[in-house]
Design a protein around this ligand. Structure first.
Ligand SMILES: [Zn+2]
Length: 237
């Protein structure tokens, strides 16, 4: 069923913070729950972007690789795109856009799927490097992260706004990834300036939180909530 009201998430950010980077759900199964989304691949190998039912990862090298349905993911969120809200935006930074959306859409306490299609005067991203066992924790894994920048690039931003209440399950606030139209540049977004773009927003009523219950490492892991927030803020911002 194509349920357009639900955000489906596999794994939690807290698991990544604790160094659980092993892929635990095949993309094919994840994408039964959505055609649009973000995440990371097995062994924290890059920043994943799913647009129009096609999944790609932007690796630490900067290379953009199409993913097969067999690729396993440790942490990802998807939804079926059916945005209620559309607006044309000209000459705006990501911070200005965030303030406008928060102010106008009353979205502080809801999950929102976001997609921006257009041309960007500037796009600044980063992409995490694939990790090897024994896995470090997320903070150590993301301490050195290649960054990428392009000017006058066209492409698509995909991501979510999540209420801060859910920090830990996911990233509280905005979390979005970029994929260029040429599919040769992208990553986890640090900042951008829109030249001209169409912004689509979709308020999602339900959160389905799927967990890797058959993964022994996950079942045995003691997650440290005391330090989690500091670690998330260091790794994700
Ligand atoms: Zn990200």
């Amino acid at each position: 069923m194509r349920d357009t009201t639900t955000l489906y998430q596999h794994g939690t950010l807290a698991m990544l913070v604790g160094g659980l980077f092993e892929g635990t759900l095949p993309l094919g199964e994840l994408m039964e729950h959505g055609d649009t989304g973000i995440g990371t691949a097995d062994c924290l190998d890059g920043e994943m972007v799913i647009v129009d039912g096609q999944a790609f990862k932007v690796q630490g090298s900067g290379d953009v690789i199409p993913l097969t349905p067999e690729t396993k993911v440790p942490f990802a969120a998807v939804h079926f795109m059916d945005a209620q809200e559309h607006r044309s935006v000209v000459g705006m930074t990501d911070e200005q856009l965030k303030q406008q959306l928060l102010g106008e859409l009353k979205m502080d306490n809801v999950f929102v799927g976001l997609r921006i299609d257009g041309t960007f005067t500037h796009m600044h991203t980063r992409a995490v490097n694939k990790q090897n066992r024994p896995f470090p924790n997320l903070t150590a894994a993301t301490r050195v992260q290649p960054e990428f920048e392009q000017d006058q690039v066209s492409g698509t931003v995909v991501g979510y706004y999540a209420p801060h209440l859910f920090q830990g399950a996911t990233v509280g606030g905005f979390h979005w990834h970029f994929l260029s139209s040429q599919k040769d540049f992208g990553g986890h977004i640090l900042d951008f300036t829109i030249d001209q773009a169409e912004v689509s927003a979709q308020v999602l009523e339900n959160l389905v939180q799927h967990l890797p219950v058959k993964n022994t490492e996950f079942r045995e892991k003691q997650l440290d909530l005391q330090t989690m927030n500091d670690d998330i803020n260091e790794a994700e911002n």
